[in-house]
Ligand binder design. Structure first.
Ligand code: TDX
Length: 341
């Protein structure tokens, strides 16, 4: 069956991967991407999609209610998937306001317009960070969908706020929504401010690799395509009003990831530089994906060993993509955050 899906934040990392995943998997679907192209959204990321007649791009902020209403009335989407968000924890510590505007107000604006126009289905892409963190000495503990919300950073608090609004809309207005909370993603088009691409790019340039604190913080890494597959299953078969955790049981300490990247690139560990810890730094994230596996049959396809190899190869063969990014405004960000390190 033909469907039209609006993907907000489709020029960012996970959103753009989802655009490609859907165009490829459903040749009879129309995908309309809404993105306001902040620093993290890049039209060159969508270059190939723009050649596809089933794809359309609209430069628009999700907080712009009039613009969203106009576009949604015209497109009449069957499904809206909201990836649009300010997503970097360190930036939220420097300036929380835009996180509240985009992540909370933007989500509410989208839901209001969807409600007004009776859009049949809405999906909110959230994060495991809404659960706060787990201690390192309790490897038996995992986040389930019933783990209490306990956010640590302005970023995760804004995502948690949006999740609570979505669930309140489901209950109060019978709003037809679902939420997914995924663990850390990695893969193509990951913005260079995040751990894995930052370390690959610095290592290639023989620059110091800034590891926060003791480097023992643990993240649960999932190849981005496996996340896209999970969202595809949820929007087609998920139960309205439900939250689904997504994660592949792949916990790794930051320092081990950094060492692995150095090894793969044949660079010395002497590039590792321990720097001041992130404020409020979450210790460990770990997802229990039992619900999505048993209800929707989701299982990740890509093992970390293969995924990291593919990701490093992608950064090696797409230098033009990231060189353009790191030569611009990103340089100011980098020197502000990392100084001379
Ligand atoms: O320079 C760095 N050095 C470092 O040690 C950076 C950028 C990060 N780190 C550490 C902090 C974290 O423990 O690496 C870990 C991963 O950091 P990020 O890539 O910033 O990701 P994280 O804070 O875990 O959040 C990510 O996963 C959940 C995404 O950025 C979020 O958007 C998502 O919701």
């Amino acid at each position: 069956m033909e469907k039209t899906i609006i993907v907000t934040g489709g020029a960012g990392f996970i959103g753009s991967n989802f655009v490609y995943y859907m165009l490829n998997k459903y040749p009879n679907y129309k995908i309309v991407c809404v993105d306001c192209l902040t620093y993290a959204g890049n039209l060159s990321t969508l270059k190939k999609a723009l050649e596809n007649p089933n794809f359309r791009f609209e430069k628009l902020n999700i907080c712009d209610k009039e613009g969203i209403r106009k576009l949604f009335s015209e497109v009449k989407p069957d499904i809206v998937v909201n990836f649009a968000a300010e997503s970097h924890v360190d930036r939220s510590i420097e300036g929380p306001e835009i996180f509240v505007d985009t992540n909370i107000k933007g989500t509410q604006t989208l839901m209001e317009v969807c409600r007004e126009l009776n859009v049949p289905r809405y999906h909110q892409v959230s994060t495991d960070e809404v659960y706060g963190d787990l201690p390192l000495d309790r490897p038996d503990l995992f986040f389930t969908e019933t783990t209490p919300i306990h956010a640590s950073s302005p970023y995760s608090a804004s995502k948690a706020g949006a999740d609570l609004l979505v669930l309140a809309y489901c209950r109060t207005f019978k709003f037809p929504a679902t939420i997914s909370r995924c663990s850390n993603n990695y893969g193509p088009y990951h913005f260079p401010e995040k751990l894995i691409p930052l370390m690959i790019i610095n290592a290639l340039a023989d620059k110091p690799l800034p590891v926060y604190g003791d480097g023992l913080n643990v993240r649960d890494w999932l190849y981005v395509e496996d996340h896209c597959k999970a969202i595809d299953l949820i929007i087609h078969n998920g139960k309205i009003g439900e939250v689904y955790n997504v994660g592949g049981h792949n916990e790794m300490a930051n320092i081990d990831i950094v060492k692995l990247i150095l090894k793969k690139l044949d660079k010395p560990e002497s590039l590792i530089t321990f720097v001041e810890d992130r404020k409020g730094h979450d210790r460990r994230y770990a997802i229990d994906p039992t619900k999505i596996s048993s209800e929707l049959g989701w299982l990740p396809d890509t093992k970390f060993a293969d995924g990291i190899e593919k990701t490093i190869d992608w950064y090696l063969s797409h230098k033009d993509w990231w060189e353009e990014i790191i030569s611009g405004e990103y340089q100011n960000y980098y020197s502000k955050m990392y100084g001379g390190k």
